[in-house]
Ligand binder design. Structure first.
Ligand code: GTP
Ligand code: MG
Length: 401
């Protein structure tokens, strides 16, 4: 019995010593080297040296603000937080989609005058000499119309102006309007396909490089659909950041659309798959899938996007794959477009941030490049600042009334 007690005592002593060592070695800073000239051997080793324990040990118990006495000596009063009452979110009623482009036209023309008005001014010059035609060409190129379309337009204008002889401003305007419309294209179907004939839900996937406006567009599109009386499920297939799913969910909550999300850093393809599955089970009209932004040059990420599409198509073919392009990036958008189109068969283009650029000509260039129509345009950060692309309203906005 005694030996057991002895053993326990020894163990406690040894452990205590060890613990002290560990804590000590953690806390103590190395002592400054003793001065070489006059070694002070009289100082007791326990006396603190300069720099020793200058700061409060981190693990020392601290007083919280409640424990600190107030200056008048009165004890602090514990403030009780009022219970959080969860109010049901009032659903927003999005604006109808008809006439949106007309409403947002001012946004477009504000920055587009450079193109439309610039061309009109040039065409109205008394002498349309070579220099003027070159300026017209430059105006178009600066607006990102693209080389081939610019050449076509200039050739057509030259021909028609010649035939016209005298030019009234009115004639010039309608001539330019016609030619620009030809370039933009009036006979393509620009409806966003969300209503397959034989099944529900319609499936739309939104893709593009980082920061072009995919999530915003997905949210705005959900509102457009809800405004048109359709039901929507959102798929947060951007699993890179939790904030991305939150962002999408917030858009959904505003109009009562359910968001399907997965674990952070999870497989985007499986989130997209589940979103369509839930959409089917809930019997909604449309499932919109938001994907993570990815650089077209990262092959791994592009492959992943291809996989998302293939996995979703185990349910049904996608009705739309919308490529979101930031209009302010100009010609670089074309390079992106080409690569995305190869990987996921783009069916429509959304040009965002047209409110902040004079490079509206990109509409023409990108359609040419892909042979895919621009279906929607983003004209601001507001929730209803997404408009169906209507060539007439667009061109009218360019050249003004
Ligand atoms: N002015 C303007 N801003 C826009 C438009 N569309 C989107 N934005 C803004 O662009 C920024 C990026 O939008 P997001 O929707 O988060 O872009 P994203 O493509 O989802 O970004 P990642 O998921 O990070 O790749 C936000 O500040 C939007 O408000 C638009 O049409 N006009
Ligand atoms: Mg996003």
């Amino acid at each position: 019995m005694e030996t057991v007690i002895l053993a326990v005592v020894i163990a406690v002593v040894v452990l205590g010593a060890l613990g002290g060592l560990v804590v000590g070695s953690r806390r103590k800073k190395p002592l400054p080297p003793p001065p070489t000239s006059v070694p002070d051997i009289t100082a007791p080793p326990a006396e603190p040296h300069i720099g020793d324990e200058a700061e409060t040990p981190r693990d020392e118990a601290r007083r919280t603000i409640e424990e600190v006495d107030l200056p008048d000596g009165s004890a602090p009063v514990a403030v009780e937080e009022p219970p959080v009452v969860e109010e049901p979110l009032a659903l927003e009623v999005p604006e109808p989609t008809a006439g949106r482009l007309v409403r947002l036209r001012a946004r477009l023309s504000r920055s587009q005058n450079a193109l439309g008005q610039g061309l009109l001014t040039l065409l109205s010059r008394e002498h349309l000499d070579e220099d003027t035609w070159e300026e017209i060409e430059d105006t178009l190129l600066t607006a990102d119309v693209g080389v081939a379309p610019t050449q076509e337009l200039v050739d057509a204008l030259r021909e028609r102006v010649k035939v016209l002889g005298t030019r009234t401003p009115q004639e010039l305007r309608s001539l330019l309007r016609e030619e620009l419309l030809k370039l933009v294209g009036t006979d393509v179907d620009r409806t966003v396909k969300t209503e397959p004939e034989d099944r529900k839900p319609g499936i739309v996937m939104v893709v593009g490089v980082n920061g072009t406006g995919k999530t915003t567009t997905t949210g705005k599109l959900a509102r457009v659909l809800v405004a048109d009386g359709r039901t929507v499920v959102l798929g947060a297939a951007d699993t890179f950041r939790a904030a991305a799913a939150d962002q999408l969910q917030t858009w959904g909550e505003r109009v009562g659309a359910h968001t399907v999300r997965g674990p952070e850093a999870g497989d985007p393809a499986s989130v997209a798959f589940d979103a369509v599955k839930e959409g089917k089970e809930m019997g909604v009209d449309v499932v919109l899938i938001d994907t993570a932004g990815r650089l077209h040059t990262k092959t791994g990420l592009m492959d992943e996007l291809g996989k998302v599409k293939r996995v979703v198509e185990k349910h049904a073919p996608l009705d739309e794959v919308l490529l979101v392009l930031d209009a302010t990036t100009g010609q670089n958008g074309l390079v992106q477009a080409r690569v995305f189109a190869e990987v996921v068969d783009i069916t429509g283009i959304v040009l965002t941030k047209l409110d902040g650029t004079a490079k509206g000509g990109i509409v023409v260039a990108v359609q040419r490049e892909l042979g895919v129509p621009v279906k929607l345009i983003g004209l601001g950060e507001g929730a209803d600042d997404l408009a169906p692309f209507e060539p007439e309203a667009f061109v009218d906005a360019l050249i003004g009334d």
